[in-house]
Write a protein that binds this ligand. Structure first.
Ligand code: DC
Length: 222
């Protein structure tokens, strides 16, 4: 199987770019963050304190997370319910970053992610794909951008959706999430040894896609 692993912090453009590449290549796109988000949503809905490790792990162990594709779009199923529409709120983002530090939560999703990588050609994005989930991926990318750029992108996205938001607050949330994702004990966000580092701050989506497309082509021709 051919595996493309894309890691990086929130708002670097990973999912937009991974989706375009997966479609072009005819691979499936696996958004691993969405799986963690589904678990966090379940904790929030059931009043589980995200700081309570034992309660979170126990709760998550009982849940079933799976993926489905509708018109090429990944749908996350939580105990068979499609929860795609509920997992992108700021509240869920923060809760996700909090619960993804627990080994019990990670182990469960790791198996599912590795299985997908063994059964399909994939473009998979997340925080620990190149370092942990798909250690032998043929292509590894570390995609990042400045905090200011990422906050501005998120702000514009929310404004477009007609949601009220504050740029400074978004920036603070991003910094907090970056810190937690990069400093946790298990599978922290960091650049994999063989990963190509790309900073998208000054690049348009198509320019980033073009760079990664070239890396994939070179790798395929080896
Ligand atoms: O990519 P995202 O913003 O949807 O991810 C949400 C959170 O999930 C992120 O803050 C950390 C966690 N996550 C993780 O720990 N490991 C992954 N492979 C993907 C996401």
């Amino acid at each position: 199987m051919f595996q493309v692993a894309i890691d990086g912090p929130a708002g670097a453009g990973k999912s937009t770019i991974a989706k375009i590449l997966a479609e072009e290549l005819g691979f499936i796109y696996v958004d691993t963050g969405a799986m963690y988000r589904a678990m966090a949503l379940s904790c929030l809905r059931n009043g589980i304190d995200v700081e309570d490790k034992e309660a979170v792990v126990e709760h998550c162990k009982q849940r079933k997370v799976s993926l489905n594709y509708e018109n090429g779009e990944q749908q996350v199923l939580l105990d068979e319910e499609n929860v795609n529409a509920y997992i992108r709120t700021e509240e869920v983002s923060q809760a996700t970053s909090a619960i993804s530090i627990y080994e019990g939560v990670r182990e469960k999703l790791l198996n599912l992610q590795q299985q997908l990588g063994q059964e399909h050609n994939v473009v998979m994005d997340g925080r620990d794909i190149g370092t942990n989930v798909l250690k032998d991926a043929q292509v590894k990318i570390y995609l990042t951008a400045s905090v200011q750029t990422r906050a501005k992108r998120r702000y514009e996205e929310l404004v477009k959706k007609g949601m009220e938001c504050n740029l400074k607050e978004i920036e603070e949330d991003i910094k907090e999430r970056d810190y937690r994702d990069m400093h946790r004990e298990i599978a922290p966000l960091k650049q994999a040894e063989q990963a190509v580092y790309l900073d998208s701050s000054e690049l348009a989506i198509e320019q980033v896609v073009e760079k990664i497309r070239k890396i994939i082509e070179d790798r395929k021709n080896l």
